[in-house]
Design a protein around this ligand. Structure first.
Ligand SMILES: *[C@@H]1O[C@H](CO)[C@@H](O)[C@H](O)[C@H]1NC(C)=O
Ligand SMILES: *[C@@H]1O[C@H](CO)[C@@H](O)[C@H](O)[C@H]1NC(C)=O
Length: 534
């Protein structure tokens, strides 16, 4: 949708724009920052049935929007994000705003500070409209395992999908992917122009792909983790979700860099103010990892992968098959390392400093045990137990040390490929398009869904940057994304190639069933759905 068409339908059409377009509209006075904020909050309310949000921060958002409005009115905007509504996954700390990690353990926890990345956006005038839903403590790949209930994929309610479904929209709907499913759904359903997720093994790219939005996982250390409640410290990184690659680049530029509160952060390489509009794709070498032809890859996804590879080739890029021989071990290796760090990280939740505390107080031990039993769900408990098992003195060498060695081999696979002259790798992001919730939660499907992250987890173990780009709709009318992986600290080059790729594709704007100017859902659908959770 272009900014010029927005001129005719001033506010209603605004929500589908990119940050770049809507920022221009704010400067031109076609919409005010307060109107825009109000529109986004209305859109959140109207799409409550998606369960994408845990908290709506209406009051502070309107105050922030008013301040942005004053700056814009006097011609003194702070930058490209001034007045832009955004949302944040509920595992980033926000001052005076409840931060739950979608867990009973942290319900009611009000942090006294903002995570560094959140603060950086606020300092640029961006307007925080809400905190988004996730899997409990970001452990999962469906956004189905939080205490506030599952997130519904907005594409479940598009005309295309509804027309081929014979079932009720209340029983036949799709998962949003996870664990940052709420953030992806917020951007896809036009409630926010930008959302932050976190990415430990694919938690930003997976839902980005399933919900049809751009999702960037930057190089490890490029963005501060201060205020992001940790899952796996050696792999966690804040993720960026937007409607265009250009927007993701703008946000990365603002958030990146050293933070004295996070010793793992690194100095960001200097980057030009925006991505180059013209660059020669013929200078780029694209690698296609042969091991990524994984079992369970859907025909649709495979077709898109080949189509885009051919597209690169026809434009003059060098496309060649490469090998990452240790890929097959990555799922198991990730599992061991993840559980070990989880077991250690979760030890802080003991009912003393913050969060839930059990009323059982017959002894300190009993209080710890019941607090943790009551506070954590099964998924979290299972990971803690496994982690502690792997870390037992008798098991340490057999599991933890072996997994660390394997992690190095996986990293070296990437290093070797890039050293041979490859600039980016092109891979699928997920095995298929979004699955139905009712299928996803079946026990035997859960084991299978562990395989789902095979294309994303190795990237976290190696600390590399990667981005998923919405590529096409599947035969069911659902988004398919493809992933580009870059070299450490070459985030800018990665985004330049992604930008080129995005421009060759024409991914459609979401169109809700019974859509009107207001992008409302069909009345009957709305009445039959209800707000889940809080
Ligand atoms: C932290 O974020 C909250 C929520 O948006 C905001 O109200 C508060 O002013 C921010 N703190 C600072 C120091 O800017
Ligand atoms: C999950 O299970 C159902 C029925 O048992 C099956 O039809 C479906 O294909 C499975 N989904 C996935 C993603 O494996």
């Amino acid at each position: 949708m272009s900014a010029s068409s927005a001129a005719f339908r001033p506010v209603a059409a605004m929500l589908g724009l990119s940050i770049r377009e809507v920022s221009q509209a704010l400067r031109d006075g076609r919409v005010s920052a307060t109107e825009l904020c109000r529109k986004c909050i209305n859109q959140i309310q109207r799409t409550r049935y998606l369960n994408a949000f845990i908290t709506i921060t209406e009051e502070t958002a309107m105050e922030q929007a008013q301040r942005a409005h004053n700056r814009l009115r006097t011609g003194k905007p702070l930058g490209p994000l001034d007045g832009i509504p955004f949302s944040v996954k509920d595992n980033f700390c926000t001052e005076n705003i409840e931060t739950t990690c979608a867990s009973s353990m942290l319900k009611g926890y009000i942090p006294p500070f903002n995570a560094t990345v959140v603060q950086k956006l606020l300092d640029q005038g961006a307007v925080l409209v809400g905190k988004t839903n996730l899997d409990e403590f970001a452990m999962g790949s469906g956004s189905t395992d939080g205490v506030f209930g599952p997130v519904r994929n907005p594409w479940s309610y598009t005309t295309l999908y509804r027309e081929q479904s014979t079932e009720d929209p209340d029983s036949d709907w799709l998962i949003s992917g996870g664990s940052s499913g709420g953030s992806a759904a917020a951007v896809a359903s036009l409630s926010s122009f930008l959302a932050l997720g976190s990415d430990t093994g694919g938690s930003t790219r997976n839902p980005g792909s399933l919900c049809g939005v751009v999702a960037l996982k930057p190089t490890y250390g490029l963005l501060s983790r201060h205020g992001l409640i940790p899952l796996v410290n050696s792999m966690d990184v804040p993720g960026i979700m937007t409607r265009s690659v250009h927007d993701a680049a703008t946000v990365l530029r603002i958030m990146q860099g050293r933070d004295e509160r996070d010793s793992t952060t690194i100095q960001a390489p200097s980057t030009p103010p925006s991505l180059p509009e013209h660059f020669d794709i013929r200078d780029i070498r694209v690698g296609i990892p042969k091991e990524y032809h994984a079992l369970g890859l859907s025909q649709d996804t495979l077709d898109q992968w080949s189509r885009v590879a051919t597209m690169f080739e026809q434009a003059g890029a060098q496309v060649q098959e490469v090998s990452l021989p240790h890929t097959q071990h990555s799922i198991v290796c990730y599992h061991v390392l993840c559980c070990c760090e989880v077991a250690s990280n979760m030890a802080r939740f003991d009912g003393l400093e913050y969060g839930h505390r059990s009323t059982v107080d017959s002894s300190t031990d009993a209080m710890y045990a019941t607090t943790r039993h009551e506070g954590f769900n099964n998924v979290v408990r299972r990971r803690i137990l496994s982690g502690n098992y792997f870390l037992l003195k008798s098991n340490y060498d057999r599991y933890f040390v072996k997994a660390q060695q394997m992690r190095r081999l996986i990293t070296e696979d990437f290093t070797n490929v890039f050293r041979s002259g490859i600039d980016v790798l092109l891979t699928p992001t997920t095995l298929s398009d979004a699955v139905r919730y009712s299928d996803f939660i079946q026990e035997d499907n859960r084991t299978r869904s562990a395989q789902e992250d095979i294309f994303t987890q190795p990237v976290n173990m190696a600390g590399l940057p990667a981005v998923t780009i919405p590529t096409a709709l599947s035969c069911r009318g659902l988004p398919i994304g493809l992933q580009l992986i870059g070299q450490t600290l070459q985030d800018w080059k990665l985004l330049t190639v992604a930008h080129w790729m995005e421009q060759q594709l024409s991914f459609p704007v979401i169109h809700f069933h019974g859509d009107s100017d207001e992008r409302e859902l069909d009345r009957s659908v709305r009445e039959r759905t209800h707000t889940i959770g809080s």
